[in-house]
Design a protein around this ligand. Sequence first.
Ligand SMILES: Cc1cc2nc3c(=O)[nH]c(=O)nc-3n(C[C@H](O)[C@H](O)[C@H](O)COP(=O)(O)O)c2cc1C
Length: 747
Amino acid sequence: MVPEKDLIPQADHLTVFFASQTGNAESISRNLHEQAMERGFKSAHYMLNDHAKVDWEKEKCLVFVVSTTGDGDPPDNSTKFWRHLRKLKGVGLTKAKYAILGLGDTNYDNFCQTAKRLDTRLQELGATSFYPRGLADDATGLEETVDPWIKNLWPALAHQVICAPMIHDLPQPHLSAEEEKVVKELIHQHDLEPHVSPAVSASPKKVNATDSMVKGGFVPLAAATTTTATTRPPALGSSSISNLSKGMETLAVKEKEVIPVVPATGYKVEVDFSSMANHANLTALPRVPNANLKITDVTADNTTATKSATAGSIPSFIQTPTPLLSAKINNVQCLTPEDALKRTLSVEFGFEDDVDYAPGDAFGIWAPNDEATVLGVLAALGVKEEEYQKQVKLEGEGIPSHLQPVQSATLLDIFRYSVDLTTTPKKANIRLYGDHATDLVEKQKLMFMASKQGAEVFNAFRAQGPSFLDILKTFPSIKLPVSRVIETLPPMQPRYYSITSSPMAKNGHRRWACAFNVVEYELPEGVKRRGVCTPWLDELVGKVPFGASVANPTKTRVPMFLKPNETRFNLPTDTLKPVIMIGPGTGVAPFMGFLEHRSEQRRIKKRLVNIGTGPRQHLDDHFGDMWLFFGCRHRERDWLFRKEMETYKQEGVLTELQLAVSREENVPNSGKYVQDLIKKEGARLWKLLDKKQALIYVCGDAKGMAKSVHDELVNVLVEHGGFEKMAAMMELNKWAQEKRYLRDLWA
Ligand SMILES: Cc1cc2nc3c(=O)[nH]c(=O)nc-3n(C[C@H](O)[C@H](O)[C@H](O)COP(=O)(O)O)c2cc1C
């Protein structure tokens, strides 16, 4: 039996904490906090790094919404909290009752690791759970778990927290009785869909692409540049790498006229709404987040107010975990020819001052949204140029954390740098747009998609990855105040890239390089989709052709910051430890940094041992083996950094280069995928792992490659190390904990 005291609320309020990398946990927790207050609970809402704002020993009811990032790591806005939790001793939280909602993705090995770790740690500290843990999976849709978890939280919470007498009941009516009547009539007259088919079509119909192409493309408002041949560029990497580029055509930059940006209009998304006619009553409509944000014009009291920055310059409101730097672009090379499946660029950034970093670290680039899309969104919302160029202030209790630093900015900069315009909006947003659609048919369609009954149609709609602008194009009657748009769109995210250079190389502290695929693709319906950062950089540097190496391609500065690797994905300090690097495609990026670093270490050591008076030692007595498993489709098309790899091999920096080629037949000594090569080299690998405690590094795709590589490593331990399968898996887990088996993965 439940003790009676557990049925009587002990707390006068609840505190909702979130840890969020890309904004999901933050918006879910805010929604939960707002709903709690609407239901009569007293509630407070904090990011976990603000843990010091509450007196933990006195807290009686805590609700956590936490996501997992990296390879089972907690989000950046909770790292301070984790350090604090580690330091806490004893059972200081015996008064606290808690509930945890974890967000994760089953494509990753460590599913919802943050939530699980938090649960364990809170129990160690004496807290007790009052409600079963929820673990939501982004691979299948967070809502599947989040919605019922929140729905059932309320009765459980009523036993924990004193509630004001009136409990408001959601949901709010979405259509007035009159509107509902009109819509029903429309449905019955079959006016709703011109061609009503019996079932919901999961495969979307052809999309009208012609009127929605971004015309003219993006030209930064800053001095745009083009390329013509002139002088030799600065080196991409160490001296050895710079020599490799000698054969390349070298280009530099000339001014070109600025072409005005044409606002994009978005794509009309076509899905079959015929099933809507079967559902007169819609249920489980998500709650609309509160309207907290107020935008005030500050130009009147600020005579010195300036216009918005040009795209690519750095607005002061951007918040980054380490200082924001304004980088110039020293050099760019295109690593892949026209016929390669992906366009890969290698870019070197330069700084006026030294920046301390280690190979294995990454940097974040804070790129603006595509300018044509920003202007398109502003036009669709009816915001005129004189309005979006004005300085405004964002104010309001409980506004999302990423908007809080915006003291004074133009709407143009807020849309460029603060909100994510590319991600498909969540159901709660669709419901909000439904509330603001003035056309009744559009309203009904949006409400239908947001409801339980419209789940299939929503999934078909989401499968086309519509952006916010596409939604405005598809439902042109949506009349949303700009403040609602800004506070409900997800936060803009920096894009992270591994550093491919070494601080030990020439000028190493004042430059870093990276390599990335330009994310631009076309859906079967002819709809063009693009990432935020890589197409922006590609256009900024003038879309350099294959084989070209362009020095100083643009005057526009790139906002970026260092992201030190917190999982020790760095070279070991003991240079004798062998290093096994597995990184197909752009997963090889950090390893190019490792190799450049080792090359420099060897060069310096060589000098030192030559100078010394003792017997001359062999270099290899100081440095362990370095093995690289690299994979590409086709050697001529996408063997990234081929010359660099071959040179490192010749110099003895790279002891073993294993190349997997997936789309070519009969390549000598090769396999299709990196995991095939691991299998092939199993016996030698085991020797390195067993006799010399080699470290294993894996970088790249979490879904396919990392899983297959992991399975193959298990096999190596079984076949060559004599382990039982279960013991082999446990051994690998142990290595992961000991930071001997390190992974830097993305989905
Ligand atoms: C780079 C990256 C790494 C991730 N790593 C993990 C992981 O190791 N385990 C997991 O369960 N989910 C992982 N996820 C999935 C996120 O936890 C999930 O998408 C979640 O909804 C994000 O919530 P947030 O926006 O609040 O951060 C990862 C997502 C990204 C983008």
